[in-house]
Design a protein around this ligand. Structure first.
Ligand SMILES: [Zn+2]
Length: 390
């Protein structure tokens, strides 16, 4: 037996105003300084006040939120005693809100103790509403929380099934002003969730359809949202694709591109979506070497590629080529060198990259689990874009 976890999902244009139907008396918004300056906190606070709530906020979440930031926010929450917590932003703010929710209700815990192995028993004091302002991380529909330990740059993939948001409000209006680069980075993160979720060794009947649909939506609508930010049809489908990607991977698990991307992003401070999507084609080539373990034909079918009717190796090749082509259309780097890192600074970190990737929680779901030597080669091949031949 296993579980399928999901929040209540309120979606579509105008979904934000449904905040006024939320029951509560004290709401605490968690967001980042950029969104706060752009007026997002106030926009959300207005709806909460209309619902009769008193509102406070913590607006200091940084990209790759640290354990220290989470402690600070939780402390402020304990002072305010909210019964509604709102995570507003990209993955960083929503992830930080999840961890703060735990520490608010469980002051006896440290943030890095949040794991599926212990019963948290949260939700007694507050519920968590997640409102994404990007279309990619899917954090609104997952219980995963990625925090960074600033002392060594290690990314910690934390979370517990109890940290799933109570409600996700997926309103395309919230992401329509994202600049094209952020649209591409986050949209390709959604694609990586869906592709890895479909090919994970923990895939199941409940996630398969969700992942394939998310893949189709990203291929169809991400180039449109990138080219024309106010194409609301594209924004709406991308917002939905991101939430579907979140549901897909949290219930089947992300895989090697996330393990490598987490390790790499923690060392070089490059946005999450850009990191994981950069490694995706390489990790797919790697698992495609064992075609009896993969299901690329289904993805090729979903994308209406003629190789959907070919054998598995040919389908894998076509799907990986389509993913690389999508990257190029979005002006996205396909090699580590294209990110502007010198080979010397990259190779100097190689041991840490390998160690952190191997220790990442997403590593175990790979249908072909690499030995240490292979992980090192995967990182090296991704530097200058060599085809995986091992
Ligand atoms: Zn991701």
């Amino acid at each position: 037996m296993w579980y399928f976890d999901a929040p209540e999902i309120i979606y579509g244009e105008g979904a934000l105003s449904e905040l006024e139907q939320i029951k509560g008396s004290r709401a605490f918004i968690v967001t980042d300084p950029v969104l706060h300056k752009l007026g997002f906190t106030e926009k959300v606070a207005e709806h909460l006040r209309n619902a009769g709530m008193e509102v406070a906020s913590f607006t200091e979440v940084e990209p790759e939120p640290s354990l220290q930031t989470v402690q600070k926010g939780a402390e402020q929450m304990r002072g305010f005693q909210p019964d509604v917590i709102v995570g507003l932003g990209g993955g960083s703010s929503i992830d930080a809100a999840k961890a703060m929710w735990v520490l608010y209700e469980r002051p006896d815990l440290q943030p890095d103790e949040i794991s599926p192995m212990i019963e948290l028993n949260i939700g007694q004091k507050a519920k968590l509403i997640a409102i994404p302002t990007t279309a990619g991380t899917g954090s609104e529909a997952t219980w995963a929380t990625v925090l960074t330990d600033k002392t060594d740059g290690r990314k910690l993939a934390l979370g517990s099934r109890e940290t799933m948001p109570t409600t996700a409000i997926v309103d395309p209006e919230m992401s329509k002003d994202m600049p094209p680069r952020l649209t591409a980075d986050t949209g390709l993160d959604a694609l990586t969730h869906a592709v890895e979720g479909y090919l994970s060794s923990f895939h199941n009947d409940f996630t398969d359809g969700i992942c394939l649909k998310a893949i189709q939506l990203v291929f169809e609508y991400l180039p449109r949202a990138y080219a024309e930010p106010h194409d609301m049809e594209a924004r709406e489908h991308m917002a939905n694709a991101a939430t579907l990607g979140g549901l897909g991977f949290i219930n089947s698990w992300a895989s090697l591109a996330h393990a490598m991307g987490h390790a790499f992003g923690g060392q070089f401070h490059i946005p999450h979506g850009r990191c994981v999507s950069l490694f995706l084609p390489y990790t797919l080539e790697y698992i495609a070497k064992e075609p009896e373990l993969t299901r690329f034909r289904d993805i090729a079918h979903a994308l209406r590629l003629p190789e959907g009717n070919a054998d598995e190796p040919a389908a894998a090749k076509a799907v990986i080529a389509a993913i690389r082509d999508l990257h190029r259309r979005l002006g996205q780097p396909l090699t580590v060198a294209e990110l502007g890192l010198s080979r010397e600074e990259y190779e100097a970190k190689l041991d840490d990259l390998v160690e952190f990737a191997e220790g990442d929680g997403t590593f175990i779901s790979a249908v072909r689990i690499p030995e240490r030597e292979d992980i090192e080669k995967l990182f090296l091949y991704a530097y200058d874009g060599r085809e995986i031949d091992f």
